[in-house]
Design a protein around this ligand. Structure first.
Ligand code: FES
Length: 265
Protein backbone atom coordinates (compact mmCIF):
# COMPACT_ATOMS: atom_id res chain seq x y z
CA UNK A 1 0.00 0.00 0.00
CA UNK A 2 1.35 3.35 -0.97
CA UNK A 3 1.70 6.01 1.66
CA UNK A 4 2.36 8.74 -0.89
CA UNK A 5 0.01 11.65 -0.84
CA UNK A 6 -0.84 14.25 -3.42
CA UNK A 7 -2.35 17.66 -2.88
CA UNK A 8 -5.80 17.89 -4.40
CA UNK A 9 -7.12 21.12 -2.94
CA UNK A 10 -6.38 23.88 -0.50
CA UNK A 11 -8.13 24.42 2.79
CA UNK A 12 -10.84 27.00 2.14
CA UNK A 13 -11.33 25.86 -1.43
CA UNK A 14 -14.10 23.38 -0.63
CA UNK A 15 -16.85 25.12 1.34
CA UNK A 16 -18.37 23.48 4.37
CA UNK A 17 -21.06 21.14 3.07
CA UNK A 18 -19.39 21.13 -0.33
CA UNK A 19 -17.58 18.71 -2.56
CA UNK A 20 -14.77 18.86 -5.07
CA UNK A 21 -14.07 16.24 -7.70
CA UNK A 22 -10.40 15.47 -8.21
CA UNK A 23 -8.47 12.70 -9.93
CA UNK A 24 -6.38 10.24 -8.02
CA UNK A 25 -4.67 7.43 -9.87
CA UNK A 26 -6.76 8.54 -12.84
CA UNK A 27 -10.02 7.86 -11.05
CA UNK A 28 -12.51 10.57 -10.08
CA UNK A 29 -12.69 11.08 -6.35
CA UNK A 30 -15.23 13.23 -4.52
CA UNK A 31 -13.72 15.15 -1.62
CA UNK A 32 -16.40 16.25 0.84
CA UNK A 33 -16.04 18.88 3.55
CA UNK A 34 -18.39 18.30 6.46
CA UNK A 35 -18.09 19.26 10.10
CA UNK A 36 -14.67 20.77 9.49
CA UNK A 37 -13.29 17.44 8.23
CA UNK A 38 -12.57 16.17 4.76
CA UNK A 39 -13.70 12.80 3.44
CA UNK A 40 -12.92 11.26 0.09
CA UNK A 41 -14.89 8.61 -1.75
CA UNK A 42 -14.67 7.28 -5.27
CA UNK A 43 -17.03 9.46 -7.28
CA UNK A 44 -18.92 6.44 -8.45
CA UNK A 45 -22.12 5.02 -7.05
CA UNK A 46 -21.75 1.26 -6.63
CA UNK A 47 -25.31 0.75 -7.83
CA UNK A 48 -24.96 1.85 -11.42
CA UNK A 49 -22.11 4.31 -11.71
CA UNK A 50 -23.89 7.56 -10.81
CA UNK A 51 -21.61 10.42 -9.82
CA UNK A 52 -21.90 10.86 -6.08
CA UNK A 53 -20.65 14.43 -6.35
CA UNK A 54 -23.89 15.24 -8.19
CA UNK A 55 -25.95 13.86 -5.34
CA UNK A 56 -27.54 15.52 -2.35
CA UNK A 57 -25.44 15.84 0.76
CA UNK A 58 -27.24 15.83 4.10
CA UNK A 59 -24.84 15.81 7.02
CA UNK A 60 -22.57 12.84 6.48
CA UNK A 61 -24.96 11.18 4.05
CA UNK A 62 -24.69 11.51 0.29
CA UNK A 63 -27.67 10.43 -1.75
CA UNK A 64 -27.05 9.36 -5.32
CA UNK A 65 -29.29 11.42 -7.56
CA UNK A 66 -29.89 8.58 -9.98
CA UNK A 67 -31.84 6.08 -7.91
CA UNK A 68 -31.51 7.33 -4.37
CA UNK A 69 -28.88 5.02 -2.87
CA UNK A 70 -27.32 6.58 0.21
CA UNK A 71 -23.80 6.30 1.57
CA UNK A 72 -21.93 7.48 4.65
CA UNK A 73 -19.21 9.78 3.35
CA UNK A 74 -17.03 8.95 6.35
CA UNK A 75 -16.83 5.26 5.61
CA UNK A 76 -18.33 4.71 2.18
CA UNK A 77 -20.83 2.33 3.80
CA UNK A 78 -24.19 1.82 2.13
CA UNK A 79 -27.07 3.28 4.11
CA UNK A 80 -29.87 2.75 1.64
CA UNK A 81 -30.64 0.55 -1.35
CA UNK A 82 -30.53 0.07 -4.27
CA UNK A 83 -26.74 0.04 -3.81
CA UNK A 84 -25.46 -2.89 -1.82
CA UNK A 85 -21.69 -2.41 -1.88
CA UNK A 86 -19.68 0.22 -0.08
CA UNK A 87 -17.97 2.95 -2.09
CA UNK A 88 -14.16 2.84 -1.89
CA UNK A 89 -12.78 5.42 0.50
CA UNK A 90 -9.50 7.31 0.19
CA UNK A 91 -7.25 8.36 3.03
CA UNK A 92 -7.27 12.15 3.47
CA UNK A 93 -4.88 14.31 5.40
CA UNK A 94 -4.39 18.04 5.80
CA UNK A 95 -0.83 19.34 5.90
CA UNK A 96 -0.73 23.06 6.49
CA UNK A 97 -3.31 24.39 4.05
CA UNK A 98 -3.04 21.44 1.66
CA UNK A 99 -5.70 18.76 1.46
CA UNK A 100 -4.00 15.58 0.36
CA UNK A 101 -5.17 12.16 -0.72
CA UNK A 102 -3.25 8.91 -0.72
CA UNK A 103 -2.02 8.14 -4.18
CA UNK A 104 -0.73 4.95 -5.77
CA UNK A 105 0.83 6.59 -8.81
CA UNK A 106 2.44 9.66 -7.24
CA UNK A 107 5.91 8.50 -8.22
CA UNK A 108 5.00 8.26 -11.90
CA UNK A 109 3.24 11.61 -11.79
CA UNK A 110 6.18 13.21 -10.09
CA UNK A 111 8.56 11.82 -12.71
CA UNK A 112 6.27 12.98 -15.52
CA UNK A 113 5.94 16.44 -13.99
CA UNK A 114 9.70 16.68 -13.55
CA UNK A 115 10.26 15.59 -17.16
CA UNK A 116 7.71 18.12 -18.41
CA UNK A 117 9.34 20.85 -16.39
CA UNK A 118 12.79 19.96 -17.71
CA UNK A 119 11.46 20.08 -21.26
CA UNK A 120 9.86 23.51 -20.82
CA UNK A 121 11.87 25.41 -18.26
CA UNK A 122 10.33 28.76 -19.21
CA UNK A 123 6.71 27.64 -19.24
CA UNK A 124 4.60 29.30 -16.63
CA UNK A 125 2.05 27.44 -14.60
CA UNK A 126 -1.52 27.60 -15.90
CA UNK A 127 -3.83 29.92 -14.04
CA UNK A 128 -6.02 28.14 -11.57
CA UNK A 129 -9.74 28.10 -12.34
CA UNK A 130 -12.22 29.55 -9.87
CA UNK A 131 -12.11 27.45 -6.74
CA UNK A 132 -15.68 26.31 -6.93
CA UNK A 133 -19.02 27.07 -8.38
CA UNK A 134 -22.57 26.03 -7.74
CA UNK A 135 -23.55 23.12 -9.89
CA UNK A 136 -25.24 24.10 -13.07
CA UNK A 137 -28.99 23.84 -13.14
CA UNK A 138 -29.24 24.08 -9.38
CA UNK A 139 -30.37 20.46 -9.13
CA UNK A 140 -27.88 19.51 -6.54
CA UNK A 141 -27.67 20.84 -3.06
CA UNK A 142 -23.97 20.08 -3.08
CA UNK A 143 -21.75 22.95 -4.03
CA UNK A 144 -19.38 21.51 -6.50
CA UNK A 145 -15.85 22.56 -7.26
CA UNK A 146 -14.30 21.90 -10.62
CA UNK A 147 -11.16 19.95 -11.07
CA UNK A 148 -8.12 22.07 -10.89
CA UNK A 149 -4.82 21.46 -12.66
CA UNK A 150 -3.27 21.63 -9.23
CA UNK A 151 -5.04 18.38 -8.44
CA UNK A 152 -2.66 16.45 -10.60
CA UNK A 153 0.48 17.98 -9.18
CA UNK A 154 2.34 15.83 -6.73
CA UNK A 155 2.60 17.21 -3.25
CA UNK A 156 6.14 18.40 -3.01
CA UNK A 157 5.77 19.30 0.62
CA UNK A 158 4.36 15.92 1.51
CA UNK A 159 7.00 14.10 -0.47
CA UNK A 160 9.66 15.99 1.42
CA UNK A 161 8.10 15.41 4.81
CA UNK A 162 10.11 13.17 7.09
CA UNK A 163 8.58 9.87 8.10
CA UNK A 164 8.90 10.53 11.80
CA UNK A 165 8.12 13.62 13.82
CA UNK A 166 5.10 15.82 14.05
CA UNK A 167 5.07 16.82 10.39
CA UNK A 168 3.76 13.46 9.20
CA UNK A 169 0.61 12.85 11.20
CA UNK A 170 -0.99 10.65 8.62
CA UNK A 171 1.81 8.13 8.75
CA UNK A 172 1.23 7.97 12.46
CA UNK A 173 -2.46 7.58 11.82
CA UNK A 174 -1.79 4.70 9.45
CA UNK A 175 0.47 3.13 12.03
CA UNK A 176 -2.27 3.40 14.65
CA UNK A 177 -4.85 1.91 12.30
CA UNK A 178 -2.49 -0.93 11.46
CA UNK A 179 -1.88 -1.58 15.15
CA UNK A 180 -5.63 -1.61 15.80
CA UNK A 181 -6.01 -4.45 13.35
CA UNK A 182 -4.57 -6.64 16.08
CA UNK A 183 -7.25 -5.66 18.61
CA UNK A 184 -9.95 -8.28 18.50
CA UNK A 185 -13.53 -8.02 19.66
CA UNK A 186 -13.59 -10.95 22.10
CA UNK A 187 -17.16 -11.84 21.28
CA UNK A 188 -17.04 -11.80 17.50
CA UNK A 189 -13.37 -12.63 17.00
CA UNK A 190 -12.85 -9.99 14.37
CA UNK A 191 -10.62 -6.97 14.75
CA UNK A 192 -12.07 -3.62 15.70
CA UNK A 193 -10.92 -2.39 12.28
CA UNK A 194 -12.61 -5.23 10.37
CA UNK A 195 -15.77 -4.57 12.35
CA UNK A 196 -15.69 -0.91 11.35
CA UNK A 197 -15.73 0.14 15.00
CA UNK A 198 -12.90 2.63 14.63
CA UNK A 199 -14.55 5.75 13.24
CA UNK A 200 -11.78 8.27 13.63
CA UNK A 201 -8.12 8.44 14.56
CA UNK A 202 -6.88 11.94 15.30
CA UNK A 203 -3.22 12.46 16.00
CA UNK A 204 -2.91 15.65 18.00
CA UNK A 205 0.38 17.16 19.16
CA UNK A 206 -0.07 15.92 22.72
CA UNK A 207 -2.45 13.01 22.42
CA UNK A 208 -4.06 10.50 20.15
CA UNK A 209 -7.84 10.57 20.03
CA UNK A 210 -9.74 7.54 18.82
CA UNK A 211 -13.47 7.66 18.31
CA UNK A 212 -15.02 4.24 18.21
CA UNK A 213 -18.32 2.44 18.36
CA UNK A 214 -19.26 -0.68 20.24
CA UNK A 215 -21.14 -3.50 18.58
CA UNK A 216 -23.73 -3.36 21.36
CA UNK A 217 -24.46 -0.36 23.61
CA UNK A 218 -23.66 -2.16 26.84
CA UNK A 219 -20.88 -4.39 25.63
CA UNK A 220 -19.50 -6.15 28.71
CA UNK A 221 -16.08 -6.16 27.12
CA UNK A 222 -16.04 -2.39 26.58
CA UNK A 223 -13.48 -1.54 29.29
CA UNK A 224 -11.11 -4.25 28.08
CA UNK A 225 -11.62 -3.30 24.46
CA UNK A 226 -10.93 0.39 25.02
CA UNK A 227 -7.86 -0.50 27.06
CA UNK A 228 -6.60 -2.76 24.25
CA UNK A 229 -7.23 0.00 21.71
CA UNK A 230 -5.31 2.50 23.83
CA UNK A 231 -2.39 0.17 24.28
CA UNK A 232 -2.22 -0.68 20.60
CA UNK A 233 -2.25 3.03 19.67
CA UNK A 234 0.38 3.91 22.25
CA UNK A 235 2.62 1.08 21.10
CA UNK A 236 3.12 2.87 17.76
CA UNK A 237 2.55 6.53 18.68
CA UNK A 238 4.07 7.03 22.12
CA UNK A 239 1.79 9.66 23.59
CA UNK A 240 -1.36 9.52 25.71
CA UNK A 241 -4.33 8.04 23.93
CA UNK A 242 -7.95 8.78 24.63
CA UNK A 243 -10.75 6.57 23.42
CA UNK A 244 -14.12 8.15 22.97
CA UNK A 245 -17.04 5.75 22.72
CA UNK A 246 -19.58 7.16 20.31
CA UNK A 247 -23.28 6.74 21.13
CA UNK A 248 -24.17 5.74 17.56
CA UNK A 249 -25.50 2.30 16.86
CA UNK A 250 -23.22 -0.06 15.01
CA UNK A 251 -24.40 -2.10 12.08
CA UNK A 252 -22.62 -4.62 9.88
CA UNK A 253 -22.75 -2.25 6.89
CA UNK A 254 -20.13 -0.20 8.64
CA UNK A 255 -17.63 -2.98 8.13
CA UNK A 256 -15.18 -2.49 5.30
CA UNK A 257 -16.12 -6.04 4.24
CA UNK A 258 -19.49 -7.13 5.67
CA UNK A 259 -18.88 -10.51 4.05
CA UNK A 260 -16.62 -11.34 6.99
CA UNK A 261 -19.75 -11.71 9.10
CA UNK A 262 -21.72 -13.46 6.41
CA UNK A 263 -23.52 -10.29 5.37
CA UNK A 264 -22.25 -10.39 1.82
CA UNK A 265 -24.69 -9.21 -0.75
S1 FES B 1 -26.60 4.76 -9.74
FE1 FES B 1 -26.66 5.48 -7.73
S2 FES B 1 -28.53 4.73 -6.99
FE2 FES B 1 -28.43 3.94 -8.97
Amino acid sequence: VSDRFMTVAKVGEIPEGGVKVVRVDDDPVAVFHVGGQYYALADLCTHDGGELSDGTLDGYVIECERHGARFDIRTGAVLAMPATAAVPRHAVRVIGDQIQLACETCDEREAAAAAAKAAQPAASAPAAPPPYTDSPGGQSSVRRAFESPAATEPAATAAAAPVSGTSAPSLQEFAVRAALETVMDPEIQLSVVDLGLIREVVIEPERTLIRMLLTTPFCPYAPQLTQDVKEAAMSVVPQPCEVEIMPDAWSPEMMPDPGLLGFST
